[in-house]
Design a protein around this ligand. Structure first.
Ligand code: ATP
Length: 247
């Protein structure tokens, strides 16, 4: 398993944000759904080794997350697009992606080709020499995706990657996801249920810090019925699973 976490728990003050959560993921594209405040970003941060759980075990790429050596080994093979990310506004797009390649300790001679390839995959090669601050919001997000994939990560974590992308870019991004999911374990958090239906092989649903559903998009769709709120089968499934847990 690329991701194997057991009974992780995180609390902020008195609020339990992740509550004995188990998750096992292998190669492929996995969707992560859940209402606002469910704990998706917190879970992503744990998998990105940015947040450390108060309890439970985290094993990534076969390595238990513990000492600095384990962290370094895992981080080299990790790609992470945070929900909101900062950048030096004066960096060019190419410099921005290069900087992350360097942080991930990629061999220097591989960086120029890898950066161009990543920019090409997100459709930003023609803007490579523009400064980050001159890009549109959707383009900045695509630059964020480029930095996440520059090292060909074995574990790729994308927190709301399609927020701000136009329809054409979203379609292209889904194709890229499927391509990346052939060799890597890709976890995508999103509120766009149609992204999950089209691009993900499996889907996990989190509510109140707990994993309340894990299965294929078809299984999630099958959980819903005519009486459930939603404009598509998978939206009705999503509503039905949440309602059942809350009842
Ligand atoms: N640093 C923090 N300090 C205190 N509470 C926090 C902190 N980070 C997150 N929380 C709380 O943890 C809960 C889960 O937040 P999280 O961002 O993981 O949810 P989410 O599922 O990603 O939500 P959204 O869909 O709105 O992005 C929320 O109740 C939030 O207020």
């Amino acid at each position: 398993m690329t991701v194997d976490i057991e009974k992780i728990r995180i609390r902020y003050g008195r609020r339990v944000v992740l509550d004995d959560l188990d998750l096992a993921l292998d190669t492929g594209v996995h969707g992560l759904l859940g209402p606002n405040g469910a704990g998706k970003t917190t879970l992503m941060r744990v998998l990105a080794t940015v947040a450390r759980p108060d309890a439970g075990a985290v094993r990534l790429l076969g390595t238990p997350i513990g000492d600095a050596k384990a962290l370094r080994r895992v981080r080299r093979q990790l790609g992470y697009l945070p929900q909101s990310f900062g950048f030096y506004p004066r960096f060019t797009v190419r410099e921005f992606v290069e900087y992350f390649a360097w942080l991930k300790e990629m061999p220097a001679e591989r960086i120029p080709v890898a950066v161009d390839r990543a920019l090409e995959r997100v459709g930003l090669l023609d803007r490579a020499d523009d400064r980050m601050r001159t890009l549109s919001g959707g383009m900045q997000r695509r630059a964020g995706i480029a930095q996440a994939i520059v090292n060909d990560p074995r574990l790729l974590l994308l927190d709301e990657p399609t927020a701000g992308l136009d329809p054409e870019q979203r379609v292209e991004f889904r194709a890229l996801l499927r391509e990346l999911g052939v060799d890597a374990c890709v976890l995508v958090s999103t509120h766009l249920v149609e992204d999950v239906a089209v691009a993900c092989e499996r889907v996990s649903l989190v509510d109140g810090g707990r994993l309340i559903f894990s299965g294929t998009p078809e299984q999630l769709a099958a959980a819903g019925g005519d009486g459930d709120a939603g404009d598509s089968a998978i939206e009705r499934g999503y509503t039905a699973v949440l309602r059942a847990v809350r009842a």
